[in-house]
Write a protein that binds this ligand. Structure first.
Ligand code: HEC
Length: 219
């Protein structure tokens, strides 16, 4: 459980760091932005530590947990470093380097590194999915529809279950995420209007279920 929470917390922290620099990333007047992988990792770990005192990477870390955490950190560093040309492009405003895309690339990289032991995916209710890669699998769809979208599900409460996945026993954890005001420039009203990233807006409102972080840990 703690392992899954740590992975999800680091996804969230690193996404917030990218979000906090969105204005800089989108600034067409600046070339070199000094937003390196090392800097994003450093700021992500600082934010992670601030928000997750109960999950600090410390001596209680088993070697296996440390390996996953380190792989996730390496994935964050690599994705930011590999996108320097995009991030530092002068004369281009919106570059498509946004938290959701960054997180997907990091999660895909993590899967390459440790996919036989752990996977992270950001998914969403099926009718909201923008990128097909984010489509929920049967288990995720069922949890979203029967738990997160039911009126009496406590807001923010994760769902965890031991489940079979690709023929293996997996510890699965799904954490609901809701739209905040900052999300609505792209996911809000008016429904169908094309947002800055080129997708039609979902017409969502603040507090609506927007997606879920899915954590899979394999035995
Ligand atoms: C600049 C526009 C923009 C903003 C702001 C934005 N998103 Fe998105 N969101 C996107 C795009 C584009 C994708 C597809 C990214 C990809 O896979 O490359 C996406 C994907 C997602 C996904 C993954 C599922 C899917 O549809 O592919 C979730 C969940 C999500 N956004 C939720 C949020 C939440 C919650 C916020 C606010 C904290 C937010 N978004 C802010 C544009 C935006």
């Amino acid at each position: 459980m703690a392992t899954g929470e740590r992975l999800a917390a680091l996804v969230r922290a690193s996404r917030s760091v990218i979000s906090s620099h969105q204005g800089l990333i989108n600034d067409e007047s600046i070339g070199d932005k000094n937003l390196t992988g090392a800097r994003v990792v450093e700021e992500s770990l600082a934010l992670y530590s601030k928000n997750n005192e109960h999950l600090l990477p410390d001596e209680r870390f088993t070697p296996a947990e440390k390996q996953l955490f380190d792989a996730q950190i390496a994935a964050i560093r690599e994705i930011v470093d590999e996108n320097q040309v995009v991030i530092n492009a002068k004369g281009v405003g919106f570059k498509g380097f946004i938290p959701a895309t960054f997180a997907r690339l990091v999660n895909e990289r993590l899967e390459k590194k440790v996919g036989e032991r752990a996977k992270i995916k950001v998914t969403a209710p099926e009718d909201l999915v923008r990128n097909r890669k984010a489509l929920p699998d049967d288990w995720e769809r069922d949890v979203i529809e029967s738990k997160f979208q039911s009126a009496d599900w406590p807001k923010g409460k994760p769902f965890v279950e031991e489940s079979e996945m690709d023929g293996r026993q997996a510890f699965r954890m799904l954490i609901p995420e809701y739209y905040s005001p900052s999300c609505l420039t792209c996911h809000g009203q008016p429904k169908g209007e094309i947002d800055v990233s080129g997708y039609p807006k979902e017409g969502a409102a603040e507090g609506d279920l927007g997606g879920a972080i899915s954590i899979m840990l394999f035995r």
